[in-house]
Design a protein around this ligand. Structure first.
Ligand code: MN
Length: 133
């Protein structure tokens, strides 16, 4: 009844590019019952495209610093922070300009990919992001 994937026994790390800006690498962890878990590694300024999670997404920051940004607001996050993005909310996540950023992402349901985050949108998020808590 359990789905178990052992660390380092799965697929190799892969460079993600079609729905990301900058250099991003992914390590898949597990897929089961609509859950897709993976670790994502962003170099400074690298980020996802805008996207929507059908049933939401939990991000747990494993290292570095970055942003999680929606259409209305952005937050700056660092190691140990956790962020829930609700179902249907357009958003992106990525590294701050000065540091790398890594997170574990647990996505629920399908992902709808939208347009790339422009440099102007990135700079606006960076300039207005609040800190968690
Ligand atoms: Mn997301």
């Amino acid at each position: 009844m359990f789905t178990v994937t052992r660390a380092h026994a799965g697929q190799p790390s892969s460079r993600a590019d079609s729905t990301f800006t900058g250099e991003v690498w992914r390590d898949p962890i597990l897929r089961a019952d609509g859950i897709n878990a993976g670790n994502v590694f962003f170099t400074p300024r690298a980020r996802t495209f805008w996207h929507i999670h059908e049933r939401g997404q939990l991000l747990i920051v494993a290292g570095g610093e970055g942003f999680v940004a929606g259409r209305e607001a952005a937050v700056r996050v660092a190691k140990g922070d956790a962020v829930w993005t609700p179902p249907g909310a357009a958003h992106w996540h990525g590294a701050c300009a000065e540091r790398f950023f890594t997170h574990t992402a647990v996505s629920v349901g399908q992902v709808e990919w939208l347009e790339a985050v422009t440099d102007e949108e990135y700079e606006h998020a960076a300039a207005t992001a609040s800190s968690v808590g």
